[in-house]
Design a protein around this ligand. Structure first.
Ligand SMILES: N[C@@H](CCC(=O)N[C@@H](CS)C(=O)NCC(=O)O)C(=O)O
Length: 214
């Protein structure tokens, strides 16, 4: 890891086989110059220098000058606000900020938990659904399906960071078979993954794979 950094430099800590792909997409949407530091699982992610950035020893993380953000959703939200000229979040006072927060937090909470639990074979007992935040995997899928069926993007009429963060979770699930290929999911994913920033991000991360230890 390199220590020298300028006051407003953007440094992106990632591994191409990680949720860092979400942040790469966001960075490409933002269009500001940034430097990538590729970290390896189990080794450079666990050094004292990196643990000072993310005590979880996980990627992605972002440093913007002296500011550090971790958690993919938080990084996307931070970037959208730090670079408002990219138009990737409704302004703070805008009424659309409420649905924007809704979908950002829905992705970080219910979607992430429902998919992870499903992948690990944990099924919420039906009589306990009222006490677990996401209710059930099916309820989460139905909620997001309705949201992406009725309009092009999750928030208002425009693509936002919520589409990057929530959309990537859906796209990843479709690619790896953890989410059912419902027509609404597929057309939404087709729409948002057609963005040039997504293609650039994918190309950059794919090219990094041979260089990154697994
Ligand atoms: N909640 C975190 C999850 C990050 C995460 O789990 N990253 C994985 C790769 S996708 C990681 O760095 N794993 C390394 C480890 O835990 O040792 C986020 O959304 O950013």
């Amino acid at each position: 890891m390199t220590d020298a950094h300028s006051a407003d430099e953007l440094v992106f800590y990632t591994n191409p086989r990680s949720r860092g792909r979400i942040v790469r997409w966001m960075l490409e949407e933002i269009g500001q110059p940034y430097r990538t530091e590729v970290l390896d699982f189990g080794t450079s992610m666990k050094t004292p220098a990196y643990l000072a950035i993310n005590p979880m020893g996980k990627v992605p993380a972002l440093r913007h000058g002296d500011v550090v953000a971790t958690e993919a959703g938080a990084i996307c939200a931070y970037l959208a606000d730090a670079f408002p000229q990219a138009g990737l979040a409704p302004p703070p006072a805008d009424r659309l900020r409420a649905p924007y927060y809704r979908w950002m937090f829905f992705a970080a909470g219910p979607i992430e938990a429902a998919i992870s639990n499903k992948n690990f074979g944990f099924v919420v007992p039906p009589e306990r659904e009222s006490t677990i935040g996401y209710g059930s995997f099916d309820r989460v899928m139905k909620t997001i399906e309705e949201a992406v069926s009725s309009k092009n993007y999750l928030v208002g009429d425009n693509f936002t960071a919520a589409d990057v963060y929530c959309g990537y979770a859906l796209g990843f699930g479709l690619m790896f078979g953890t989410i059912e290929k419902r027509p609404a999911f597929e057309s939404y994913w087709k729409r948002i993954s057609a963005r040039p920033a997504f293609a650039r991000a994918r190309q950059i991360d794919d090219a990094l794979i041979p260089k990154a230890a697994s």
